[in-house]
Unconditional design. Structure first.
Length: 418
């Protein structure tokens, strides 16, 4: 647990009003030609687009723009890079949701090179390792979900019968700076806020429960869980325009990126890759719809085959934390003297009247409630049917899960959400 290697985290500029520092941050990389990669709606809806343009323009930058609609594809990255290589571009800035952040990351990585990004995608293409040579990249997230602003990979999708969802990866692709400003987050609509929040929660949960998790990731994930417990799902309702709550979820998302980058992900992400390759379903929706079934499957398997597994205690600890903030639980949970819901070792005796299994069940009950309350889309709404499950299962990965699930157990997760 105390023996680990850990990836670097970029310089972080976090808090309301931090976007005003963007020109100074960009100036630190040299050059005056900026390529701004944005989404089709989020930045415009925030009312901050013109402010950012003015900030950069007044600082003497030459601004070029490109819009990323949906998840970035191989063709999109190749086309953008071919168009802007002759300019040339000095700095790339991605301002938007996770897809935009990934697109900007991939564009910055491929601008100095003349080949297709497909050559470097893991598991497909020519399997050529990327050199790490890139343009300086600044990530400015406007949603709170993927944590891509602190990871070394960019996810590229090609949807269809032979589709894929694969990563371009290199240590140097970690953004060179990250700006998170609450004023850029409040325009995110309710449904996207929820699915992104569930994405962040999943990306905290899976590394936290990983058999190989180190103590540092456990601490990072727990801090993220505390932010989720304090702000979610209220940020999807009465707190929709609350900048403090938005920043709380942005903090959780950022930590989720650090956690998954260092200790991996489990079965939900193992399914998200083939599902997102075969069908036009956003990654955050896959996480939102499958996280409760994944907890149910893992709980059932752990109780039946490995009841001494530490993951059960972790689930109980998380169930206790979320219960404190859940309005259906009847108020805060009080632990035995000398313990708290945050204690790393939870036993049945630690919570008078509540067993470890009851807190595990509380975790599942809360996730089921969130799924129902926010009407999380089912897989069938994106064209996925019973006939598609075998090809999804053939491509699914089951690594870093707290227990190895059987093919039948994974299939049951999918069937639950058809």
């Amino acid at each position: 647990m105390y023996h680990f290697d850990y990836g670097r985290v970029p310089p972080l500029y976090f808090g309301t009003g931090k976007i005003a520092r963007l020109p100074a941050i960009a100036s630190g990389f040299g050059g005056r030609r900026i390529l701004l990669v944005t989404g089709s709606t989020s930045l415009q809806a925030s009312g901050k687009r013109e402010i950012i343009w003015d900030l950069l323009g007044d600082a003497g930058f030459e601004i070029h723009t490109v819009t990323c609609s949906g998840e970035p594809t191989t063709a999109f990255i190749d086309e953008v890079c071919a168009r802007f290589r002759p300019r040339p571009i000095d700095i790339v800035i991605g301002i938007g949701g996770g897809s935009v952040i990934d697109a900007g990351k991939a564009i910055s990585a491929m601008l100095p090179h003349g080949n297709s990004i497909f050559d470097h995608l893991e598991g497909v293409g020519r399997q050529i390792a990327h050199s790490g040579v890139k343009k300086p990249y600044i990530a400015v997230p406007t949603t709170s979900g993927t944590g891509s602003e602190v990871t070394k990979n960019a996810v590229i999708s090609q949807v269809g019968p032979a589709g894929y969802k694969k990563s371009l990866r290199h240590d140097n692709l970690i953004p060179d700076a990250v700006v998170v400003d609450g004023d850029l987050l409040v325009s995110c609509p309710r449904n996207v806020t929820f699915s992104c929040g569930m994405d962040a929660f999943t990306q905290l949960l899976e590394p936290y429960l990983s058999p190989k998790v180190c103590a540092l990731t456990e601490a990072i994930a727990w801090s993220g869980f505390e932010a989720v417990a304090e702000n979610f799902p209220d940020v999807c309702g009465p707190g929709l325009n609350n900048g403090r709550m938005r920043e709380g979820m942005a903090y959780a998302a950022l930590l989720s990126g650090v956690a998954l980058a260092n200790d991996g992900v489990g079965i939900v992400h193992g399914l998200a890759s083939p599902i997102g390759g075969f069908f036009p379903i956003p990654h955050n929706v896959v996480c939102a719809t499958l996280v409760a079934p994944s907890v149910r499957a893992n709980l059932t398997a752990l109780r039946a085959r490995d009841p001494a597994n530490a993951a059960l205690g972790k689930m109980a600890r998380l169930g206790a934390l979320l219960s404190v903030h859940d309005d259906s639980q009847g108020g805060p949970v009080q632990g035995k003297e000398g313990t708290s819901p945050g204690s790393s070792a939870i036993t049945a005796a630690a919570f008078p009247g509540q067993t470890r299994d009851e807190y595990c069940d509380a975790l599942l009950r809360i996730l089921d409630k969130w799924t129902e309350k926010f009407r999380v889309p089912r897989l069938g709404q994106y064209g996925i049917g019973e006939q598609d499950l075998e090809k999804i299962l053939d491509k699914a990965q089951n690594r870093n899960n707290p227990i190895e699930l059987t093919r039948g157990e994974i299939r049951g997760m999918l069937e639950e959400r058809l």
